[in-house]
Design a protein around this ligand. Structure first.
Ligand code: HEC
Length: 173
C-alpha cells in the first residue's frame, strides 16, 4: 500500500513535470515562431516606412489646415515669433535685405522675386507665390520643403507658433 501510494505520487509528479515541459515547449515554439515574424516587420518595415511613406504622411498629418489655424491665431504672439527671423529678415516697409530678403509684403508675393537679393537656384526655381499654405509648408521645415535653399533655419515645428507667425506676416503690407 505504501509503495503503491508512493508510485501514485511519483506518477503525479511525472505527469506534472511532463506537462510543464510540454507547455514550455509549446510556448517556446509559439514564441520562436512569432518573434522572427514581428522583428522582421518591426525593424525593416518600420524603418522603411519612416524614411519614406510615413515621413510624408507625418508631414501632412502635422500640417493641419493653416486656414483653420489662422482663425484662432494671435498676431501679437506672431510678432514675438518673428524675433527668430529678425536676424536675417527685415519686417518694415521698404526694408532692405539682410542675410535673407525683406519680409514686407511677403504674403502673396512671388517666391524668389526680390530684385536685389541673390537667391539660391533652388528658391529661384521654386516659382510659386507665398500663399499662407506655401509659407506654412516652408516654415515647417525649410530645407525639406525647398531642397537646396540657403535659408539656414531649422523650421518651426509647432502648428500654433507657425500660424501666429503667418498671421503676423500677413500684416506686413
Ligand atoms: C539664418 C538666417 C535666416 C533666418 C533665421 C530665417 N531666414 Fe528666411 N531666408 C534666409 C535666406 C538666406 C533666404 C533665401 C533663401 C534662398 O535663396 O534659398 C530666406 C528666404 C526666406 C523666404 C523666401 C523669400 C522670397 O523672397 O522668396 C521666406 C518667406 C522666409 N525666408 C521666411 C523666414 C521666416 C518667417 C523666418 C523666421 C521664422 C526666417 N525666414 C528665418 C535666411 C534666414
Amino acid at each position: 500500500m505504501d509503495s503503491f501510494e508512493f508510485n501514485k505520487i511519483a506518477a503525479a509528479v511525472l505527469v506534472v513535470a511532463l506537462l510543464v515541459i510540454g507547455l514550455n515547449q509549446i510556448a517556446d515554439s509559439i514564441y520562436r515562431v512569432k518573434k522572427p515574424e514581428t522583428q522582421g516587420y518591426k525593424i525593416e518595415g518600420v524603418a522603411e516606412t519612416k524614411s519614406t511613406a510615413k515621413g510624408e504622411i507625418k508631414k501632412e498629418e502635422k500640417l493641419a489646415d493653416i486656414k483653420v489655424l489662422l482663425a484662432t491665431a494671435n498676431v501679437g504672439a506672431g510678432e514675438n515669433v518673428f524675433k527668430k527671423c529678425a536676424a536675417c529678415h527685415t519686417n518694415v516697409s521698404g526694408g532692405a535685405s539682410k542675410i535673407g530678403p525683406p519680409m514686407w509684403g511677403i504674403v502673396g508675393k512671388k517666391s524668389g522675386s526680390h530684385p536685389e537679393f541673390k537667391y539660391s537656384s533652388a528658391l529661384a526655381a521654386h516659382g510659386k507665390a507665398w500663399s499662407v499654405e506655401e509659407l506654412n509648408a516652408f516654415l515647417y521645415k525649410p530645407a525639406d520643403y525647398i531642397k537646396g535653399t540657403k535659408m539656414a533655419f531649422a523650421g518651426i515645428a509647432k502648428d500654433e507658433e507657425r500660424a501666429n507667425l503667418i498671421a503676423y506676416l500677413s500684416t506686413l503690407k
